[in-house]
Every structure is written in C-alpha cells, then in structure tokens.
Design a protein around this ligand. Structure first.
Ligand SMILES: *[C@@H]1O[C@H](CO)[C@@H](O)[C@H](O)[C@H]1NC(C)=O
Ligand SMILES: *[C@@H]1O[C@H](CO)[C@@H](O)[C@H](O)[C@H]1NC(C)=O
Length: 309
C-alpha cells in the first residue's frame, strides 16, 4: 500500500488504518459496504458538480441566499469529491476495483428544487452511513464511515436551514438499511458502467409523496405507489430510532393516505410493508414499496429549565 494514495485530502489517518486491515474473509463484507458507500458518494459528487455548473452564484443571490451560503456549497462539493477519492483509494488498497460514477438524472429545475433535493440526499446519505455501520466488521472502517457521516449530517443541517426547516428536528439520526437507500438512489440513476461490481441490492418499486413537504405529524399525508398495492399492508414510518407501522387511513388505486405518528420530526422514511414493525427495527424482509421521503415539522421544543448548579 502506497502512502501517496492518501495524500488527496486531509486523510492521513487512512494510511495507517488501511494498512492495518485484517486479511480475513469478512473483509469481503466490508468491501461491498465500501463499494456501496462509493456508489452514493459518486452520486452526490456528480450532483453538486451538475448543480454548480447549472446555477450561477448570481442565481443563488437572486433566490435570496448569501455569498456565504454559495461559498459553503463549494465546500460541500469539495467534501463529496474528497469522499469519492478516499473511498476509491481505500477500495483499491483493499484489493477491489472501485465502482465508477454512473449517469444520473436529477430533478432540479431551479435553485430551490436543488436545495430541497440536496437536503434530502444528504439526509439519505447520513441515514445510509448510520444504517450501514452495524454491517462493517473492521473498526478502522467504522471510524472512517463515522467520520464521513458527521460531514454528511453537517451538509444536511446547512441545507435544512436554507429551507427554513429545523436543522436538528430529532434528537436522533435515522438509520436506514442499504436496500431502501439503494431504492432511493436508483431513482436518480440512468445507467452504470458495465464493469461496476454488482452490489446485489434490489431497487424496490417507488412510493412517493403527493402532499407537499414539510408536513405535520398526526395529519394524513397522501402518497402514490407506482402500482396498486395489495389489499392489506402497513405504512411503516422510520424516524430517529423509532419505527412505527400504521394501517393506511385510506387507499384509492395507487394512492395511499397514512398518518405519521405524533412526535416524529424531520426527515422520515415511509415504506409499504407486509409486516407491523412497530417498536422494532426496520427489516428489509417486509418491504414492498418505497421508501418515500417525508419531512415532518417537529413539535415545539421542550426541556427542563430547572437545572441550576
Ligand atoms: C402494530 O403493532 C403495535 C405493537 O404491537 C400495535 O400497538 C399496533 O396496534 C399495531 N398496528 C396495527 C396497524 O396493527
Ligand atoms: C421513540 O422511541 C423512544 C425510545 O424508545 C420513545 O421514548 C419515544 O416515545 C418514541 N417516540 C415516538 C414518537 O414514538
């Protein structure tokens, strides 16, 4: 392993961590996780490059954003590029062939739709690293994944602020397993190079919000599934460390109305599932459609002011 591979960013830690990789079979799992992470980082990297090529600083200013905000977007683009370089180098060092960027289609028509999409993607990225963490067998890789997760969450916070949404709308981040993450990512992917390692994740049929976001917990949200769902199902909401499955309030063909639980706040994933996952953790095995990405206005902040010392 060559030290020079890791001089691309502020990643001196990688040189020592990757060289101390245990050469064991379970590394194969880690390699798939790294390739999956790289798949997402490529998507984000290209997304910001496309956005910054498409929308000028003048357009951001005209849309009411500051010079400072625009400058921070350039830092985000820089970060995503660094993540791609780090993971590419790490996969190479671990003996893999890093997946390459795909061709993407991002629905962004103006500055505002770019920021909404950015907030959503960064939230999904954060959820992906959190949900992927238990799959990682190497503690060194876990530190790296955690380090990237922090940065994705900072990006999310900045974009939520720009949307006038509460940046920290939940005391807890929301973990999401690779299958729903991949299903969301796949909606932006047109095609990938044939040489890319097959990651074995299946993209589930789409489930999208019809109601505008953000929405209120406790009030029905309208969703649309890509096809008519079976007669009986649950809508499972995943937010922070809570997973709650509810019966749909009503359905009409592909349209589904369901009420997110009171107390949920911030970016929340809604999925059609065959099983009631309430109180447990989300399981891919019950997944039928989704996820849809919902954003819920959190309740008023409450805290005990009595602490005095
Ligand atoms: C799902 O399970 C929880 C916990 O067992 C239960 O309270 C809830 O009523 C169930 N939901 C539905 C829609 O059946
Ligand atoms: C979420 O889970 C936590 C911890 O189990 C619990 O205290 C809280 O009441 C739950 N919130 C909701 C909205 O279900």
């Amino acid at each position: 392993m060559k030290y020079s591979i890791f001089t691309l960013g502020s990643v001196a830690i990688m040189a020592s961590t990757v060289s101390s990789l245990p050469v064991v079979k379970k590394q194969d799992i880690d390699l798939v996780v790294l390739q999956f992470a790289l798949t997402l980082e490529h998507l984000e990297n290209v997304f910001y490059k496309k956005a910054l090529a498409r929308f000028s600083e003048i357009e951001f200013l005209a849309a009411g954003h500051s010079f400072e905000y625009y400058n921070n977007l350039k830092y985000i683009a820089h970060d995503e590029e660094a993540h791609v370089k780090l993971l590419t180098a790490g996969i190479t060092a671990a003996g893999g062939t890093p997946v390459e960027a795909c061709t993407y289609n991002f629905p962004m028509t103006n500055v505002q739709s770019f920021i909404s999409l950015s907030s959503m993607l960064e939230g999904v990225g954060t959820s992906a690293y959190l949900g992927g963490a238990p799959l990682i067998t190497s503690k060194d890789y876990l530190t790296i994944a955690g380090s990237i997760l922090v940065t994705e969450a900072l990006h999310t916070s900045m974009q939520r602020q720009a949307l006038h949404r509460v940046p920290a709308a939940n005391p807890y981040g929301t973990p999401l397993t690779p299958t729903p993450v991949y299903s969301l990512a796949a909606t932006f992917i047109e095609s990938c190079p044939s040489g890319n390692m097959a990651l074995g994740f299946r993209a589930y049929p789409s489930f999208t919000t019809v109601s505008s976001m953000p929405a209120y917990a406790g009030r029905a949200i309208q969703f649309s599934a890509v096809s008519v769902p079976p007669a009986s199902f649950f809508v499972t909401f995943v937010n922070g460390l809570n997973v709650t499955s509810v019966a749909p309030e009503r359905t009409s063909g592909k349209n589904v109305w369901a009420v997110p639980p009171v107390g949920f706040g911030g970016q929340t994933y809604a999925l059609i599932t065959t099983t009631n996952m309430t109180g447990g953790s989300f399981s891919d095995s019950g997944l039928l459609y989704g996820p849809a990405v919902v954003d819920l206005i959190p309740g008023s902040p409450t805290f005990d002011r009595s602490y005095q010392k």
